[in-house]
Design a protein around this ligand. Structure first.
Ligand SMILES: C[S@@+](CC[C@H](N)C(=O)[O-])C[C@H]1O[C@@H](n2cnc3c(N)ncnc32)[C@H](O)[C@@H]1O
Length: 304
């Protein structure tokens, strides 16, 4: 069995130590993380509840979000090996029309911990979402990537994307005729446009806040060693786990809600069977042709 699910945190950690490649725990992630030995995780990728009153949480204040992060984040650092990484994905907390960028709080907590260094603030941008009328509609969230220590691995070649002008060569000077850019592709940069998982997305399995597998996949391929252990304490539908399986890494996840845990289990099993639909972050974004645009206002439409 490649995937095993547990309600006991100690059984989950024991199963992982015996070599089960994917282990999930149904319960509070704090109970699980307390059982994980120091320095045993290569990469944590997670999106915690924003305390905004989604289906899986009660609406709480931003101060309560911060208090919860002050508990979990030091534990995440403890279980990360030296040279390992933490990627924390968050958006905004909005109350009474006041927007608070949650990565601000995450940065304040993590950068205050010993040996934790911010490497990137990745902007994840997407084309769809709620249409606001009192401010610009939110079309991005962020991923803060931290390393534990100064020395860390970064496999850029695993995540290069096509150059704008592939195969372009210098036409003069000492390098005339040679490629003027890296023929393997370019660095994807720190602004990633990846469609969010809304109604018709191939990855949609019914969780209200799935992030795209492609987001986690690019992080894993760049930052996590082959066969390394990826951890997601707020696993939801296990998008991080799917990405870990696709790229041959091990996975440990926690989810407190039984319905989502079952969803995650089914999805992880189907990933091992090669049957979990997945949209690569490298797949081009659909751009409507100008001739397809509806340029007329409804009052221009002919009466029938
Ligand atoms: C933002 S969602 C994560 C979604 C996930 N990234 C995905 O793609 O499906 C946060 C998840 O954390 C879960 N959760 C909240 N508190 C938790 C806790 N203390 N321990 C474990 N899971 C928790 C929620 O039930 C929810 O599914």
């Amino acid at each position: 069995m490649n995937v095993r699910a547990y309600r006991s945190p100690s059984h989950a950690v024991h199963s992982l130590s015996l070599g089960t490649p994917t282990v999930i725990f149904n319960g509070d992630c704090i109970k699980l993380i307390k059982r994980i030995p120091d320095g045993s995780v290569d990469l944590t990728i997670s999106s915690p509840p924003y305390c905004m009153g989604k289906e899986y949480e009660t609406a709480r204040s931003v101060e309560e979000f911060i208090a919860a992060q002050q508990v979990i984040l030091p534990e995440v650092v403890r279980v990360t090996r030296d040279g390992g990484s933490i990627c924390w994905q968050v958006g905004y907390h909005v109350t009474n029309q006041r927007a608070y960028p949650l990565d601000y709080a995450v940065f304040s907590i993590l950068s205050g911990l010993k040996d934790v260094i911010l490497r990137n603030r990745i902007i994840w941008t997407f084309g769809f979402g709620l249409n606001d009328t009192s401010r610009f509609s939110g079309r991005h969230e962020t991923v803060l990537w931290f390393t534990k220590g100064l020395k860390y691995a970064f496999n850029l070649d695993a995540v290069r994307v096509p150059q704008k002008y592939p195969g372009k060569r210098s036409h003069k000077g000492p390098h005339k005729g040679e490629f003027s850019c890296n023929p393997k592709g370019k660095n994807p940069g720190d602004v990633w446009e990846i469609p969010n998982v809304k109604a018709c997305h191939v990855e949609k399995v019914g969780h209200p806040c799935q992030y795209p597998v492609g987001l986690a996949d690019r992080l894993i391929r760049a930052i996590c060693p082959t066969r390394g252990l990826v951890f997601d304490p707020y696993m939801g539908s296990a998008s991080t786990g799917i990405a870990a399986i696709i790229s041959g890494r091990r996975f440990l996840g926690a989810e407190v809600n039984e319905k989502y845990q079952n969803m995650a289990y089914r999805r992880l099993v189907s990933a091992y069977q090669g049957a979990a639909p997945y949209r690569s972050a490298d797949q081009p974004i659909h751009t409507p042709r100008s001739e397809d645009a509806v340029a007329r206002r409804p009052d221009h439409f002919p009466e029938v």
